[in-house]
Design a protein around this ligand. Structure first.
Ligand code: CMX
Length: 439
């Protein structure tokens, strides 16, 4: 597999020793207290995981190995003639902590192209679903079907030392990432393009080849794919898709099984499916008002109606972020450059102008600002990818980069099976009674 793997192992060995020292010297240091409210309310704000690939600041947004999204757009290698970063470079950065050279990125592109062949039985599994099934259902089933290829599962069955786990997890992760675009494109063409499939072009980078297999050869769309697959890749470890992949992987389930768990979580409307929900919400708004350019006043009323109906405004809010998501801003910048007059893009921008104040005025929504999902659908629609129930699959292909790089780290650092303590309400009541100060 070559030098990227060797480089990763060297860096991981150094880090592994550093962690041993850290635990030996500071293992008893407290990193926080846990309240009963946190235990009941989705473990918000509890520090309880190590994820090396990225770190989220609630005001600044995500940093990948210390680099913000604008810094990544500036520093990561680009395709010839392109301006957006190649996601291969972000994968390298997340895996090694080092900014890749053009050569490193080309090496990863070539490796993924070489490994991209999808065995026939995976297509048979997809074909066994009704065409009407949701693309995320087909995607999850196809990843599970690919599990027959797991080198980790095979090696474990034959008997390997703990020290070798990372090696097979790395191999599986690289192969899985290589094959995802073909699987995703197959689902797309099957569902929306009468099953007229497009063969991969091994000369293209990972994103451009994906765009090509989907049937989009516009240079702007290829650039959008490079940006999209970069910015959706990782969002530290506590979000549902990253946490689920990590958790299932901690039982030594192989990368295919672990990543399937992440993807079934991404398919939820409060997580990755929100990108589909946003565009549906905007289209319903446009339809109801009979215009594709609703005024800010009309949008404001529609937001209030959505809240009054007890529904969420999709694309807004976040469990950690407390400001506009820089992934939203990156897409907004892309739109300003490539499609500033598009009616749906302009509606997204008008929603951005009126929604935060209305959401804030409810007094309960902790983050009234847009997240990554608020913008992506309008850009995809602009280039003709109008089938919104496919959008979460695109998110999933990108998310593989972060969660599988993390899984390599989990095994290289020898992290144990995850098993936090849970309580019952009866236990909580007794605990509170026992600890209540005597009057
Ligand atoms: N519209 C309406 N109500 C919202 C809201 C929104 N966009 N965001 C939060 N709220 C509500 C919550 O439902 C909750 O209501 P209840 O007390 O009645 O249950 C209350 O405000 C407090 O929630 P919070 O602490 O601000 O938010 P959470 O951390 O619980 O949830 C999230 C975060 C993202 C699930 C939530 O903001 C939401 O549902 N947003 C819309 C869906 C969305 O865009 N999801 C994508 C997130 C990014 C991603 O993972 O891809």
């Amino acid at each position: 597999m070559g030098y990227v793997k060797d480089r990763f192992k060297e860096i991981a060995d150094i880090q592994s020793q550093e962690i041993k020292n850290l635990i030996a010297q500071h293992g008893e240091t407290k990193v926080g207290d846990v309240t009963l409210a946190q235990v009941y309310q989705g473990m918000r704000g509890i520090t309880g995981l190590v994820t090396e690939t990225s770190l989220l600041d609630s005001n600044e947004g995500i940093r990948f190995r210390g680099f913000s999204i604008p810094e990544l757009r500036d520093r990561l290698p680009k395709a010839e003639g392109g301006n957006e970063p190649l996601p291969e470079g972000l994968f390298y950065l997340m895996l090694t902590g080092q900014v890749p050279t053009q050569e490193d990125v080309e090496h990863i592109s070539a490796t993924w192209a070489r490994r991209s062949h999808v065995p026939n039985h995976v297509f048979d599994v997809i074909e066994s679903f009704p065409v009407s099934s949701h693309p995320m259902t087909q995607f999850c089933a196809a990843i599970l079907a690919l599990q027959t290829e797991s080198k980790f599962a095979k090696a474990y069955e034959e008997g390997i030392s703990k020290k070798q786990y990372w090696d097979f997890v790395y191999e599986d992760s690289m192969t899985l990432i290589a094959r995802l675009p073909r699987i995703a494109a197959y689902i797309y063409r099957r569902k929306y393009k009468n099953g007229e499939h497009i063969q991969p072009d091994g000369m293209l980078d990972w994103s451009a080849n994906f765009a090509h297999m989907l049937g989009f050869n516009d240079d702007g769309f290829k650039e959008l794919m490079r940006l999209y697959l970069t910015i959706h890749a990782d969002h530290e470890g506590g979000n549902v898709s990253a946490h689920a992949t990590h958790l299932v992987g901690s039982a030594l389930s192989d990368p295919y099984l672990s990543f399937t768990a992440g993807m079934t979580g991404l398919a939820g409307p409060l997580h990755g499916l929100a990108n589909q929900e946003v565009i549906r919400w905007i289209e319903e708004l446009q339809k109801e008002l009979g215009t594709d350019r609703p005024t800010k006043e009309q949008i404001a009323q529609y937001i209030k109606d959505t809240l009054a109906a007890g529904k969420v405004v999709p694309g807004y809010g976040h469990a950690v972020l407390r400001k506009t998501d820089p992934r939203f801003t990156a897409q907004m910048e892309f739109a300003k450059k490539h499609c500033p007059d598009d009616a749906t893009v302009q509606t997204v921008w008008n929603v951005y102008e009126v929604a935060p104040a209305i959401l804030e005025s409810t007094g309960k929504i902790k983050n009234p600002w847009p997240n990554v999902d608020a913008h992506s659908g309008s850009l995809l629609k602009h280039y003709g990818l109008v089938e919104e129930d496919f959008y979460t699959v695109l998110f999933g292909v990108s998310r593989a980069l972060g969660v599988l790089a993390s899984l390599c780290w989990d095994r290289a650092l020898g992290f144990p099976i995850e098993r936090p303590k849970s309580i019952t309400t009866e236990w909580a009541k007794q605990f509170v009674a026992k600890n209540e100060p005597v009057a």
